[in-house]
Design a protein around this ligand. Structure first.
Ligand code: ATP
Length: 242
């Protein structure tokens, strides 16, 4: 079974087609990056898949359930780690995780499991507001994992982080591979290249290319993934202008 399957998924706002006839397939346990320039439709796609927006037409299934008619079932199987970290600044790391575990009715042991799994031991007693950006993102992902989601959406997880903090987050994200399906959006192309099993490129709401980074480089006859991305996006923009 696919973790995500959309068929002609479309979201329009008046004349603007934010997502246009999207056919997306993501396998279980896959780390799939959704790339595109500003306004390409990444956030809208994610909001549709999370059941936060209703499609104008077309359909989407997440974990085999329709995101509109089975919205609650889908919500129980997914989680989203947003760009702005949703953590309580005056609670410690441990208290933040325990707070969300309590909300979702999880066993107390879940808190310790998450702390160990995400290597948060050295900062458990620290108030969230005193953490560096990298640790805050790590905590945000930890909180998203409390519900043991089958599909985790990571929206620009390393935005604004320094190279070392970013690399540490990469190894955390890699450790999820195979167990949790991860949909990653990022503007850092080297991040998508380093982490993804496959990459989908959106342009003006359409999925214009899908493949591994190497496949996209070969398809465009370019020397790097950045060149492949630029080639695909500018070709699509030129085609649309004609
Ligand atoms: P970014 O990388 O800048 O976050 P994105 O790829 O996530 O961009 P979206 O935010 O999905 O792009 O937007 C896709 C298009 O839909 C854009 O043209 C945007 O202006 C438009 N759009 C998104 N939300 C709305 C809305 N609520 N009303 C009108 N237009 C919208």
């Amino acid at each position: 079974m696919l973790a995500i399957q959309t068929k002609a998924l479309t979201k329009s706002y008046g004349d603007i087609c934010a997502v246009s006839a999207l056919d997306l397939e993501v396998r279980q346990g896959e780390l799939y990056s959704l790339l595109g320039v500003n306004g390409a439709g990444k956030s809208t796609t994610i909001r549709l898949l999370c059941g936060l927006l209703d499609p104008t037409s077309g359909s989407a299934e997440v974990c085999g359930h329709d995101v509109v008619s089975k919205r609650q079932t889908v919500k129980e199987r997914i989680n989203l780690s947003p760009q702005e970290t949703a953590i309580a600044p005056n609670l410690t790391v441990e208290e933040n995780i325990a707070f969300f575990a309590g909300i979702y009715g999880k066993e107390k042991s879940c808190v310790q499991n998450i702390i160990e799994k995400l290597h948060l031991g050295e900062i458990v007693k620290q108030k969230a507001k005193t953490l560096s950006g990298g640790w805050q993102r790590r905590l945000s992902i930890a909180i998203a994992l409390v519900t043991e989601p089958e599909v985790l959406f990571l929206d620009e997880p390393t935005l604004g982080l320094d190279v070392l903090a970013r690399r540490e987050l990469w190894s955390l994200i890699r450790s999820l591979k195979g167990k949790t399906t991860v949909i990653l959006t990022t503007h850092y192309l080297e991040e998508a290249e380093a982490l993804s099993d496959r990459i989908g490129i959106l342009s003006a709401g359409k999925l214009i290319a899908v493949g591994t980074a190497d496949e996209l480089i070969a398809q465009t006859g370019t020397a790097s993934f950045e060149d492949a991305f630029v080639t695909l996006c500018t070709k699509e923009a030129d085609d649309n202008a004609q």
